[in-house]
Design a protein around this ligand. Structure first.
Ligand SMILES: [Zn+2]
Length: 352
């Protein structure tokens, strides 16, 4: 039987993911430096309220409050022994809100980076990372998530360890990277390389989240779509504009109108799962849903259209839009040498 997210995707042109977790919890009283995951046990009603706000705004997918739920991240809060407890709680809270919604709402178990650097550049072995991700994923599965959702990843080693850990549950896996460094992740991965990871690991969907604003995120989706099979399901989850310091606090400057424009352009770019990341509130999400419902699909946006509607894009992303998908990384020698799915026919403008 198809999983809940695949069934939604079969029935719908687009599926709306939720908005931010961290920034909205700060607005509810979480202090900088606190572990949001502790609130799954200490203030579960606040997490329920956040999920409910997104469901009422039209979200079809809820991400659990478990982004920092690996033992490595929890160790910063002396909670490394509570991985199972905190992740099961995160999943149950979201599951209860999804099930109470009266419609099909998918619960996605959020898995974020460990915060450690993996070998060969850093001290964490891939085996240890995979075990930590598997531990978290098992708890999210126990709590009732439909899919595991690996997000804001940056390095190939870590994303592959996370996919392997998540896979151990048997649940489908979605993975998104943060292309926040001149068209690449901080650890230099391009959308083209993510398309290869998607193919090699048979992900349900892959995409782009967080990063440096809606314009750059839409550009990354165009580049990802260019490198992917037409059937690949892509995810766009942009921050709500850019962070600004206002009265000593970080505020994201995106309006509901801007996020509505972003949602439609992300769809035209090729994303079928569309949501918001940092700064995105239920008000933003509601505007995105209304805009998508009224939207007729347009052509895949080019650099000029993206910049006119959403703001500037980086030189790296612009070069990728021109077809230089692996600019400055060489030929990405291992991009297609991993376990083949026998479907390597993706359009590769870089080769043209
Ligand atoms: Zn974010």
């Amino acid at each position: 039987m198809a999983d809940r997210l695949s069934k939604l995707l079969e029935a719908r042109r687009w599926v709306l993911a939720d908005g931010a977790t961290g920034t909205n919890l700060f607005a509810m009283g979480l202090m900088s430096g606190d572990a949001p995951e502790l609130w799954n046990v200490d203030h579960p009603e606040r997490i329920s309220a956040l999920h409910r706000g997104f469901v009422q705004a039209g979200a079809d997918i809820l991400l659990t409050n478990s982004f920092g739920g690996t033992r490595y991240r929890l160790k910063l809060h002396h909670a490394e022994g509570r991985v199972r407890e905190l992740n099961v709680a995160a999943a149950r809270i979201a599951r209860a809100e999804a099930d109470a919604s009266g419609r099909e709402v998918v619960v996605a178990g959020s898995i974020g980076p460990t915060g450690e650097i993996l070998e060969p550049l850093g001290p964490l072995t891939t085996d240890a990372a995979r075990e930590a991700f598997a531990e978290q994923a098992a708890a999210l599965a126990e709590g009732g998530v439909d899919v595991l959702w690996i997000e804001t990843m940056s390095s190939k080693e870590e994303i592959e360890a996370a996919i392997a850990g998540a896979r151990s549950t048997g649940l489908p896996v979605v993975s998104t990277l943060s292309f926040d460094t001149n068209g690449r992740t901080m650890m230099s991965l391009t959308p083209n390389e993510l398309a290869s990871i998607h193919r090699a690991h048979g992900l349900l969907a892959c995409g782009s989240n967080c990063g440096v604003g809606p314009s750059e995120l839409v550009a990354s989706i165009v580049n990802l779509a260019t490198a992917s099979e037409p059937s690949a399901v892509l995810v766009a989850k942009s921050n709500c504009g850019l962070p600004q310091y206002v009265d000593g606090a970080i505020r994201y400057d995106g309006t509901p109108e801007l996020m509505a424009t972003y949602a439609c352009l992300a769809f035209d770019a090729g994303a079928r799962i569309i949501g918001g990341c940092c700064g995105t509130t239920p008000d933003h999400l509601r505007a995105m849903r209304t805009a998508l419902e009224q939207h007729t699909q347009g052509a895949r946006p080019d650099a000029e259209l993206i910049e006119t509607r959403l703001g500037t894009i980086s030189n790296g992303a612009r070069a990728q839009l021109k077809g230089l998908l692996d600019r400055a990384s060489g030929a990405s020698p291992n991009a297609t040498t991993r376990r083949s799915t026998g479907r390597r026919g993706a359009p590769r403008p870089a080769d043209a």
